[in-house]
Design a protein around this ligand. Structure first.
Ligand SMILES: [Zn+2]
Ligand SMILES: [Zn+2]
Length: 383
């Protein structure tokens, strides 16, 4: 990438980092994206699923069409680091690098508009609310693939565990499906000194937490991947009062749909029946959030071949999938495509995604831009 081009892109990234916006509130971010895309002559549609933006570039006569997607939202985290472009918004920061994803896709759109030879149509998809809120699902519901038909879609995530200059593009699973649960354990409150007069939901909840560990270890086949993590327990206000209610919350992960069903069934069953053993009741609320992110093999293979043939600076690595979730999964349910990890490791301290110290590694930008540009050039290669 030319140095002055790269300087622009890093500038955009720092601008976005300074001005983070949370899920479905990305109005300034969307405006910034739309303005840039329009300035390079793309046809721009805004307001898709609220704050989504699509920029479209057509060249030549071919009917071939692909899409590339970036996520644009920030997280409700107070930034702990102190870069010169530190977040100016209290309690909000780009701790997952979506500022980097957005800047890379903008740079690829500019490159495609100005200097890439191709024959067909590219839709540059900027999606809101990737973090837990399912902006990808909302874009699909809002008619993304009806209004912008495409034969393939690609997406990437910066990956701090992977060195800069390396890319992972697996066949099949990249990211896990996830659910969330809340179990309300209800007993009868009493004096802490007279426990026999109450029904203690704290003891029942403690045993539920222990028993939930057996879902992954005793119910799911050892050959399948699954996670059941209790991440919150809320109960009680006083040293000497046995409370009425304890609330347990957590998250679940899986790849195989049958394992997802099993986890959901066992969770409620275990909670209900352990509570009964303590004369308490348990009410389980379970929500399936994102399906697993599964790459289409031909698309992943195409991405790997593109890198091997056109981008000598990038090395393709294999890696195990991640148990983290990703709402690009909703798009891959509708259209074949591939989700890639872009190496973004930093020397020395290398804070992970969602750390308050996280700051997207700008050194990864040129690799991302080369990747998207080469995919457009090869997918839509002039006849
Ligand atoms: Zn994230
Ligand atoms: Zn992310």
């Amino acid at each position: 990438m030319r140095t002055d081009d790269l300087d622009d892109v890093v500038g955009w990234r720092h601008h976005l980092h300074r001005n983070p916006e949370l899920a479905f509130e990305e109005r300034e971010t969307a405006e910034f994206i739309a303005r840039q895309l329009a300035s390079w002559g793309l046809v721009v549609k805004t307001g898709i699923a609220g704050t989504g933006v699509v920029g479209t570039l057509t060249r030549g006569t071919s009917k071939r069409t692909i899409g590339i997607r970036a996520d644009i939202d920030a997280l409700p985290i107070e930034e702990a680091g102190n870069p010169s472009y530190r977040s100016t918004r209290p309690g909000k920061m780009h701790a997952c690098g979506h500022d980097g994803h957005t800047s890379i896709l903008l740079a690829a759109a500019r490159r495609c508009a100005q200097s890439i030879d191709f024959d067909g149509t590219v839709h540059f998809v900027f999606q809101p609310a990737e973090e837990s809120e399912g902006g990808g699902r909302e874009m699909v519901k809002a008619g993304l693939f009806c209004d912008f038909p495409m034969s393939r879609i690609y997406g990437l995530h910066n990956w701090p565990a992977l060195p800069v200059g390396e890319v992972v593009a697996r066949d099949d699973a990249m990211m896990a499906a996830f659910g969330t649960f809340e179990i309300e354990v209800r007993g009868r409150g009493s004096h802490g000194a007279m426990p026999h007069e109450g029904l203690d939901p704290v003891v029942a909840a403690s045993n539920i937490v222990s028993a939930l560990q057996t879902i992954a270890s005793r119910n799911v086949s050892p050959l399948e991947s699954s996670v059941v993590s209790v991440t919150q327990i809320h109960t009680g206000d006083a040293w000497n009062v046995i409370p009425e209610v304890a609330v347990i919350r957590g998250t679940t992960r899986w790849f195989d749909a049958g394992v997802g069903d099993l986890i959901e069934q066992r969770l409620a069953h275990v909670a209900t029946n352990v509570a009964i053993a303590y004369d308490c009741t348990a009410t389980t609320r379970y929500e399936r959030r994102y399906p697993a992110t599964i790459n289409d093999r031909a698309s992943a293979e195409f991405a790997r071949a593109t890198i091997a043939e056109a981008i000598p600076a990038i090395t393709v690595r294999d890696a195990k999938p991640s148990m983290a979730g990703e709402d690009f999964s909703f798009m891959l349910h509708e259209v074949p495509g591939a989700y890639l990890w872009l190496g973004a490791q930093k020397a020395g301290a290398n804070p992970g995604l969602h750390s308050p110290h996280f700051d997207f590694n700008d050194a990864a930008i040129p690799y991302g831009v080369e990747l998207w540009s080469a995919l457009v050039a090869r997918e839509l290669r002039p006849a």
